[in-house]
Each structure stands twice: as C-alpha cells, then as structure tokens.
Design a protein around this ligand. Structure first.
Ligand SMILES: Nc1ncnc2c1ncn2[C@@H]1O[C@H](COP(=O)(O)OP(=O)(O)OP(=O)(O)O)[C@@H](O)[C@H]1O
Length: 656
C-alpha cells in the first residue's frame, strides 16, 4: 500500500469535487478492467482497476477515490442532481443583496469516453449545459430584464462589462446570422430591440449554413421539479459567450469565421487584465450575447458548437480537438426606484479535449503536434489536480502552491479559484465552486484511462497484484510434495524452517514489488516535472524574446516620437525667428521712412515763394556787382566802359 486512503472524500478547500462517470459500453467481448466498490447505503465512491490479463508488466491493482462514482445506468438527470449543479446555479444567482459565486463544471476523459455526451447531450437527450440553462431561466423567471422595456438597459449592460467585449441582444445576433428562419417567436421584443450595427456577421443568412431549429433540439429530460432560489429583490440578465482553447490559443466561437470559409484567419484573444479589470484577468474582446430566454440561449449555444465543429481541424467529426468553454454570465442589479449597479457571476462549462496516446492516435504532422499540445495542457491540469490531492492529504503541512499559470487551460480553469491578492478584503468574492466529471469506459483503453484516473482521483491506493507469484508457486509445490511423499517425510523442523524462509522471501518480494511501483511512480512524476520545467524554460525564452521585441518597438516608437517632437519644435522656433526678423525689418523700414522726411526732404515750396527767393538773390547779386564795379572804376581807366556795358545789359533785361 503506498498511500493511506482517506474516508469518502468531501474536500472543502480543494479546487474541484471530482466525480467519475462510467459510460455504457458497446464493445462486446472486451475485457472489463474497472470495478466499482459497493458503497453500502450511500453512493459508491471507490473503484479498482486491474491491468489486463495479458499485461506483461506485472502492474499493480489500483484503487481510486472520488467524490462520487456514477455507474453506467446513471441518467443525465442523476448526474445533474448528484453533482450538486442546482446548488452551484443558486450560488451564481447570489443570495439576496449579495454578489453571486462563480461556478465551474468541466469534463475530463479519454477520447470517446462520454465527455461531450455528459456535458452537451445527444440528439435524444439534453446534456448538463442545457439542463443548467433551463434551471437558470426557470429560477430567474419574471425577474429577467427586458431589453425592450427600457432603452437604457442594454447600454448599461455594455458599460458594466469589463472585458472589452462587444455585446449584442440575441435577437439582433441570431437574425443577422440566420434571418428569421430559426428564431423563436419574439415579435414583441424584436420590435423594440435596440438598433445596432450587426456588421460582425455580414456574411449573414448564408443559405448553405446549418440553421439550428428549436424543434430539432432534445426536450428530454425535463427539469420542472428543479429550481434554484433567486434574489427576489433583483433583476437579472444572462449574457452568453463561447470560446475554445486550441494549441494554447483562445478563439471566439461566436465570431462567424465558419461562414467565411475554412481558410478564414481567426483572431486570437488574450487572457489579460483590462483597464476596467486591473486585478482580475479576463478573456478580452469576446462577442457576448444577451439572451432573454432559454430558447435564445439554446440557439446561441448551437451556433457556437457549430462554429467549434466547422472551424476546427476538420478531422474532429468524432473527437473534439480543442477545449471548449461556454461562459454563462449572470448579471444582477437591485430593482427599485433607484436601480443598483450590475454585478456579475458566471457559470463556466468546459468540454476538455480528449487525451490521446500519440502512439495509438494514427496522426501525423500538425495533428500530432496538436495532440501533443492537448496532452501537454492536460498534463499541466494533472499536475494541478495532483497538487490538490497532495494538499488534501497533508492538511497539517504547509500547502503547495498549485502551478496553474503554466498554460492557458489551467489559467482559465483556476484563476478564479485563487482570487487576486490585490483585491481588498471587502470586495473579495468567494472562490469559485468547481466540479470535474471524469468519464471512463470500463472496457476501453486501460493505459489511457488509468493515466487520467491517476491524476484526477482525490486519493489513490496501490496493491500488489494477487496473481500467483513465484513464491506462491514454490509454496504450493512444497505443500504438494509434502502430501505426495508418503513414507519419506522430511523432518518437521526443517520443513517449518523452509516454510518460514519461503514466507520471508514472499514478504520481501512483495515489498520489493511495492517499492518498484513507487519507483516507477516517482520516475514518471520526475519526467513530468522535467517536461514542465523544459516547457517553462521555453515559455520563458519566448516571453523574453517577446518582451525584447516589445521593448525595442517601444524604444523605436518613442525615438520616432521624440524626433517628431524635436523637429516640430525646431520648425516652430525657425518660424518664430522668421516672424521676429520680419517684425524687426518692418520696424526698421518704418524707422528709416520717418528719418527721410525729417532729414533729407525740403519742405515743399510754392511757385511765388521760389520767384521771390530768386528775385531776392538776383537783387543781392546785382548789388554786389555794382559794388564791385564801383570799386574797380575808382582804380582803372576802363571803368566807364564797363559801367556802359552794365547799363546796356540792364536795358536789354528791362526790355525783355
Ligand atoms: N452515458 C452514455 N450513455 C449513452 N451513450 C453514451 C454515453 N456516454 C457516451 N456515449 C456515446 O459514446 C460516444 C462517444 O461519446 P462522446 O462523443 O461524448 O465522447 P467524448 O469523450 O466527448 O469524445 P471526444 O473527446 O472525442 O470528443 C457517443 O456516440 C455518445 O453518444
């Protein structure tokens, strides 16, 4: 025995309650390797698996404990009630005046073990998703908000969303996709549906597109007798979004890439904190549809499921190659004279991809890589669950940190189980309530099933196979020889000693076998740890390269911006200088103009003034001349002559 078995486990602090569901088998003649232990008056909780008889590796018989085991004959409704889903829905609806608690339901199992059947149902039966939606709408009843009644309801819902999502009323969403064909009769609400841009599905009403019809959807089982109590003082809105995680990337399932052909490039969404949600990571940028009735919700669900089938690899007619997420957000606000703010809790339903052994899956190339990614994410999930069961077994010891940030899948599944440490105490929501349903075919693939059971079970116990061992063979041979050899009996002391020695040998051999099992267990755990170490290193390198690129881009952007800023400043400075120079020049020019008037220009003279001035000058000159003549006449003989000449000149002048 390697581990002490806990009494029927009902973990309260663990990440998940884990249920096992066995599927009815359709392989006549196959060997059954799994047995359910009778639980007495309560439901069974333990199973045993034994290796096939042709197993040459002499592996141990293993015993596993679950919260509850559902056997082959369990119906969908048994699962719905037995796993406590109505209680989880009640938690999501929230107590009066209180915010609801998030819920999570996931299925895990080998390909073909019945995960999709459990969660989504079949043509004839509804799955846990449809049953949950039915219970939800039935419980909300008349308290569902009407988008038609109040014009401000839809915008207020959009405003309250913190995930950068685009919200659409279901009527607009479905009508843009299918036209009127598949829609439930919503004449009243359609008339008043807020008008909006529905170009997101402009390839609408493609006649070849599969149109879901409510009449084709299963009605069985009915859940009339099940309701969860809702907050009587509140009004509710139900918002549905769907996405899948494929190769560790997130894709929206309500974006109609399927209408645009298989080659259409799908946009990857990020799981991140947003401006409005700095403390909690959310899938950002999803399309979300506000569904006012169960019919609308079922049609939106069918739309997303079709997208998942069509947009996948094409090889998944039978097997889901991605982890599918259905997110039902329940928004609630106080209804009264003053409407309260919307609060939000969600029920997330996850259909995990089937794990496959690369050896048995006849796949190659991309599909093999994809199988690798699926197995890798399931391995990380296994590590988280393993940690959960280790923690549950060692409650007195310091609890291990669950390594849920290793891949998108575990981050999406567990981040609400560990609310951010930044949340203040008053705002802190209780951690989500989560259920894992492990599905198994008791006549299916022993290796793949035992691998999943090993990491998903809440407790495990290993015993050595009770097949005839070498020791037993020797012992029985000894006993036989004792009976046969009549008359020649071995001395009894020797016989007893031999038997004691053989018994000791048998004990040691058993111990050795247990230790061998423990060793192989440890080896496989070490290999897993090494693989995740290596993957973490790769991711670190990738992240480092991404950060380096980002930093480089940021630096270039800032440099360019700085250059732009610098150039703009320089141009501005140059312009300012030019204006300054112009202004100076103008002042100078004006200054120079004013100087000419004062310094160089004579005051303007009239004609008379000029004549008067000239006559005065003339007079002055004549007087000067006479004076000079007089002086000369007194001194020379030609004086007379010159006087005469002057008189003659005066005479002419006077005649003129
Ligand atoms: N409990 C059940 N009762 C009746 N039929 C079942 C049950 N479980 C599974 N099946 C049938 O078995 C087949 C495989 O089941 P299902 O598709 O749900 O497997 P899966 O685990 O989702 O596989 P994959 O991972 O490949 O998607 C289906 O035809 C389904 O109807």
């Amino acid at each position: 025995m390697t581990r002490e078995m806990e009494p029927p486990p009902k973990p309260t602090t663990s990440l998940f309650d884990v249920y096992l569901r066995l599927r009815p088998t359709f392989s006549p003649g196959a060997e059954r390797f799994l047995d359910v232990e009778d639980g007495g008056r309560s439901a069974p909780t333990h199973i045993t698996i034994r290796p096939p008889t042709n197993d040459h590796r002499k592996r141990a018989i293993e015993r596993f404990a679950f919260t509850q085991v559902f056997e082959e004959e369990a119906a969908q409704l048994d699962l719905f009630k037995g796993t406590g889903l109505p209680g989880i829905i009640e938690g999501v609806l929230g107590q009066p005046g209180r915010e609801g608690r998030d819920g999570l339901l996931a299925t895990l199992g080998v390909t073909g073990s019945g995960k999709s059947h459990t969660i989504l149902g079949s043509k004839a039966q509804r799955g846990l998703t449809q049953l949950s939606l039915d219970t939800l709408y039935q419980s909300i009843g008349q308290r569902i908000t009407s988008l038609a009644e109040n014009d401000s309801t839809f915008p207020s819902l959009c405003q309250a969303d913190v995930s950068e999502a685009q919200l659409f009323p279901a009527s607009a969403f479905l009508e843009s996709l299918y036209g009127d064909g598949a829609l439930p009769d919503r004449a009243a609400s359609r008339a008043a549906t807020p008008m909006m841009d529905v170009s997101f599905m402009s390839a609408s009403a493609n006649p070849k597109r599969y149109i879901p019809r409510l009449s084709n959807l299963p009605q069985y089982p009915a859940i009339e007798d099940i309701t969860a109590s809702a907050d009587q003082s509140a009004e509710y809105a139900v918002v549905i979004s769907m996405y899948e995680v494929y190769n560790d990337r997130i894709f929206d399932l309500l974006t109609a890439s399927a209408t645009k052909g298989a080659a259409a490039k799908r946009r990857t969404l990020l799981f991140k904190s947003t401006e409005q949600s700095p403390d909690k990571k959310v899938v950002a940028g999803l399309k979300k549809v506000v569904c006012s009735s169960l019919d609308e919700a079922l049609l939106v669900l069918e739309t997303g499921l079709t997208e998942r089938r069509v947009a996948g690899t094409g090889s998944n007619a039978v097997s889901s190659r991605s982890h599918g997420f259905i997110c039902v957000e329940v928004k609630k606000r106080h209804r009264g004279a003053v409407l309260g703010p919307w609060t939000s809790s969600s029920l997330t339903i996850v259909d995990l991809a089937g794990s496959e052994r690369a050896r048995t899956a006849k796949t190659a190339g991309a599909t093999l890589a994809e199988a690798g990614k699926i197995n890798e994410s399931l391995m990380y999930l296994g590590q988280c669950m393993q940690m959960q069961s280790d923690n549950a077994e060692n409650l007195s010891k310091p609890q291990n940190v669950v390594p849920f940030r290793q891949c998108k899948l575990t981050e999406l599944l567990f981040s609400n189980s560990f609310p951010s440490a930044h949340h203040n105490h008053h705002n802190r929501k209780p951690p989500q309530k989560a259920i894992m349903i492990v599905t198994a075919d008791p006549l299916g693939d022993y290796n793949a099933t035992s691998q999943i059971l090993r990491y998903s079970a809440l407790a495990r116990e290993v015993t050595v196979p009770r097949v005839p061992s070498v020791t037993q063979t020797i012992l029985s041979a000894t006993a036989a020889s004792k009976g046969l050899a009549s008359g020649r009996t071995t001395p009894s002391a020797t016989q007893e000693e031999l038997e004691r020695a053989l018994a000791e040998l048998a004990r040691l051999r058993e111990q050795m076998e247990v230790m061998q099992l423990q060793l192989s267990d440890e080896i496989s755990r070490r290999r897993q740890a090494e693989a995740s170490w290596k993957a973490a290193e790769d991711r670190m390198e990738e992240a480092e390269a991404e950060i380096r690129d980002e930093v480089w881009e940021e630096m270039e952007r800032r440099l360019a911006e700085e250059q732009r800023r610098w150039r703009a400043a320089r141009d501005e400075e140059a312009e300012r200088n030019e204006v300054h120079m112009d202004a100076k020049l103008e002042i100078l020019t004006r200054g120079i103009g004013a100087g000419e008037v004062e310094v160089y220009e004579d005051p303007a003279q009239t004609g008379e003034e000029m004549i008067a001035e000239l006559e005065g000058e003339n007079e002055r000159l004549r007087l000067r001349l006479e004076e000079v003549e007089r002086e000369r006449g007194l001194r020379s003989p030609s004086k007379k002559m010159r006087v005469l000449k002057t008189r003659k000149w005066e005479g002419i002048e006077m005649d003129e």
